[in-house]
Ligand binder design. Structure first.
Ligand SMILES: Cc1cc2nc3c(=O)[nH]c(=O)nc-3n(C[C@H](O)[C@H](O)[C@H](O)COP(=O)(O)OP(=O)(O)OC[C@H]3O[C@@H](n4cnc5c(N)ncnc54)[C@H](O)[C@@H]3O)c2cc1C
Length: 484
């Protein structure tokens, strides 16, 4: 992603880009579920959507379904879109909250077109008309990450990136400034550079092994530190959502692609051992496994400085927050975007580094808090893992947000950062954090008018969803992958 973006957006100004990769080391090989922002990234690179979806066996994604999180048996979808129809003086959930006080209005999910369409396996692209219900959602993709990397590598090479196959063995630094001057490969080749982007994954070869940028450990809030991934066959229709099912010591992901389903159990090794986690995952597969299981170890947290000297970390080298809300590829994209916005001159001034780090810290911390919310907002007390996360002390930044929502139904607003209003509402309400009071502005509507509007809206959402094609039909017409 970095090489392709820099080739397209920075190279025209006279910058030469070299990509060093090692097929012997390979990539982490997981990471298949994305957020809607990736569409802007692809568009900026001039990628044709249908061609990209064919090449990566992609499906559409309207949200994430959470099973058994707030309580066993609980289920909700965090949609990529709004609740309610466009308009209204207060956010829609306040109207819904007042409706609940007056009578049976059903779950808030019934008022979200992306949720209803996702549950029914339907998909069509949103409308541009802001008055239409069909404009109330966005979408992302579920794709084969290895194929996406191959697709982008092809693009980057076409755009003039020099790709070198080889394993970096040594990293040289300037004796005075500490800046990286060159890397040496195992066959002795040397590659010099002015700016180095560390995309070496969990190894963090340049940013940590060389520059010792530090790591802020968040595992006391996010105790999952392992994952076992195992793709399998499926004969089910593809659904336009990723599923995250809470299990006894973590959670399982299910990501439906055109040709297979990606599965994994993300767990805490303090509460379950590797063999038991693998057994649990295998026991829950819907079809024949397609590979040997891939066990990954990690620590939740962030590189203390994402940019240090003349090195910028992008991807897993910059930190890791478990993939519960599919945020890692987004963090790659945002790091690339910020790097391009702050593209340095020949002399890298400390202010640039500080600004990049400030912006990345905000992104990371906000994602961290949002992920912790999924664990702490629970009534589950069935295993020691759930007892731990339910009762752990929270970061102040998150406690304040939860208290404001519990008291007033108000979502703390911020300008920079990923998850906006509807996402927080989805998880709060989906995991049973119910505000004590609705917003007073909604009292302007009479009780009768409110109840009939809610009923009409619910019907409109049902009807709008019913008119959409099934995702499988849409894919078959638009972007079915060609036989290999
Ligand atoms: C279980 C799991 C599930 C995930 N699911 C999602 C998801 O659904 N959505 C999402 O957005 N993200 C997800 N992620 C994160 C996602 O997989 C990564 O963000 C993404 O794959 C990018 O990884 P990377 O490029 O930083 O590292 P890697 O894939 O590890 O790539 C590192 C690269 O550096 C090269 N390299 C390393 N050392 C050397 C060396 N010495 N010399 C030369 N080259 C070297 C390697 O060859 C490789 O090309 C998941 C992660 C895990 C662990």
């Amino acid at each position: 992603m970095t090489a392709a973006a820099l080739a397209r957006l920075v190279a025209p100004s006279g910058v030469q880009i070299t990509l060093v990769e090692s097929e012997a080391i390979g990539t982490v090989g997981v990471g298949e579920s994305t957020l809607p922002h990736i569409r802007a990234f692809n568009e900026r690179l001039g990628i044709d959507e249908a061609a990209f979806m064919k090449a990566t066996r992609a499906t559409f994604k309207l949200g994430i379904q959470f099973e058994n999180w707030g309580q066993i048996g609980g289920s909700y979808i965090h949609p990529f879109g709004d609740y309610g129809a466009p308009g209204g003086e207060a956010p829609f959930h306040h109207y819904w909250l007042r409706g609940r006080e007056l009578g049976d209005v059903g779950p808030i999910d019934d008022y979200s077109l992306p949720v209803v369409a996702a549950r029914e396996g339907r998909f069509a692209p949103p409308s541009d008309d802001p008055r239409s219900l069909l404009s109330t959602y966005r979408y992302a993709y579920q794709f084969d990450a290895t194929l996406y990397a191959r697709f982008l590598r092809g693009m980057a090479e076409t755009e003039g990136v020099r790709r070198i196959e080889g394993r970096i063995q040594n990293v040289a630094q300037d004796g005075e400034s500490g800046a990286i001057t060159k890397v040496t490969l195992d066959d002795g080749r040397q590659i010099e550079g002015d700016l180095f982007v560390d995309c070496s994954g969990f190894r963090a070869l340049l940013i940590e092994q060389t520059l010792k940028a530090g790591f802020t450990d968040w595992s006391h809030w996010l105790p999952c530190d392992r994952a076992v991934a195992l793709p399998c066959e499926s004969d089910q229709p593809t659904v336009p959502y990723t599923r995250a099912t809470a299990l006894e010591a973590g959670w399982q992901f299910r990501i439906p692609l055109q040709h297979r389903v990606g599965n994994g159990y993300v767990y805490s090794s303090a509460f379950i051992d590797d063999a038991a986690a693998l057994d649990r995952l295998v026991g829950r597969l819907e079809g024949k496994p397609l590979k040997a299981p891939n066990v990954l170890k990690f620590t939740a947290g962030q590189r203390t400085r994402n940019w240090a000297a003349n090195c910028v970390s992008v991807g897993l080298s910059s930190g890791f927050i478990e993939p519960l809300e599919s945020t890692s590829i987004y963090l790659i994209q945002i790091a690339i975007t910020k790097l391009i916005e702050l593209w340095p001159t020949a002399v890298i001034d400390p202010a640039t580094e500080a600004e990049f780090n400030r912006q990345m810290d905000l992104e990371y911390v906000r994602i961290r808090d949002f992920i912790i919310l999924h664990y702490c907002a629970t009534a589950r007390n069935d295993t020691p893992f759930w007892d731990y996360v339910r009762t752990m002390p929270l970061p102040d930044t998150l406690s304040e947000k939860i208290e404001l929502f519990r008291a007033r139904g108000i979502v703390q607003d911020y300008r920079e950062g990923l998850f906006l209003h509807p996402s927080w509402v989805a998880v709060y309400l989906g995991q049973d954090i119910l505000p004590r009071r609705h917003h007073p502005l909604v009292d302007a509507v009479s009780a009768t008018q409110l109840m009939s509007s809610l009923e009409r809206l619910r019907r409109m959402v049902r009807e709008a969803s019913y008119k959409l094609p099934s995702q499988d039909d849409y894919i078959a017409r638009y972007c079915a992958h060609l036989p290999l």
